[in-house]
Design a protein around this ligand. Sequence first.
Ligand code: C2E
Ligand code: MG
Ligand code: MG
Length: 279
Amino acid sequence: MRERLLMEQRMRLSLEAGHFEVWFQPRVDLRSRRIIGAEGLVRWRDPEQGLVSPGVFIPLAERSPLIHKLGRTVIEQVIGHARRWHAQGLDFGKLSMNVATPQIERGNLVGELRDILADVEVPRHMLEIEVTESLFMADAERAKRMLGEIRELGLSVAIDDFGTGYSSLAYLKTLPVNHLKIDRAFVRDLPEQASDAAIVRAILAMSQSLGFHVTAEGIETAAQLEFLADAGCVFGQGFLFHKPMPAAEFEALLKLTTPAPAAAPALPMLPPRAGLAGA
Ligand code: C2E
Ligand code: MG
Ligand code: MG
């Protein structure tokens, strides 16, 4: 308990000091390996502990009001980067941000997004919110309404870690969601593990008929990639392609991968103007 309080206290100070930064992990098209987007993943640069992984502090933050301030910082940073990269003509596809269930249940996510986006020039379809299935456990109707409002703002919505939580398939088809991210747990033992292979194929078939985009998470090996691409999975993310990287590094990568704008067509030679000759 004492340790938890101490860590909360340190997080609070770090939030004020701006010690949380968002890293980016590219998402790729599995066939061409082209970058089609990136996921924003928060990191805590703690002066004492160094770089702390979100697996350590997000569960703690979720149990305190800190998650709201932390969540806002993440959203502001991701949208800020999207604005700058878009202004520079860099092709980042879609940037996604993870949102914790309490941020939606007890916060004002829709209002915050509306506020932050009010004077930001970045097409809304270039932004995505990732939620987890736990969001649908307490008050599914309310969750559905909130996600509907996020879609009305023009953002897309993904279900993260799909398949590990409470998945009511009957409910899924009514949700204002357009993207499923298959959890790493189902990808890890592909292609050998027959039950995982069956689950992944089932998610892909269902997504295709319901019209969801699908991203497989945690792809680490060529064999996993081959299985997924053959099974019809279009998008993926994982160490085989790129690890999460600081924003500056992702920006440098975008500068290498964004196609140069088409050169302006050369102006045709104009014939000498009639009547000027000898003037
Ligand atoms: P997630 O949203 O499912 O993010 C994917 C996690 O898988 C990331 O861990 C990423 O580094 C890791 N990963 C990606 N590819 C591979 C791979 O090929 N192999 C392995 N072993 N791991 C891979 P990370 O960055 O440590 O984040 C962990 C979790 O913390 C995230 O899982 C997400 O649930 C949460 N999280 C991260 N950033 C935020 C945030 O800003 N807000 C909230 N609420 N949660 C966040
Ligand atoms: Mg995620
Ligand atoms: Mg995930």
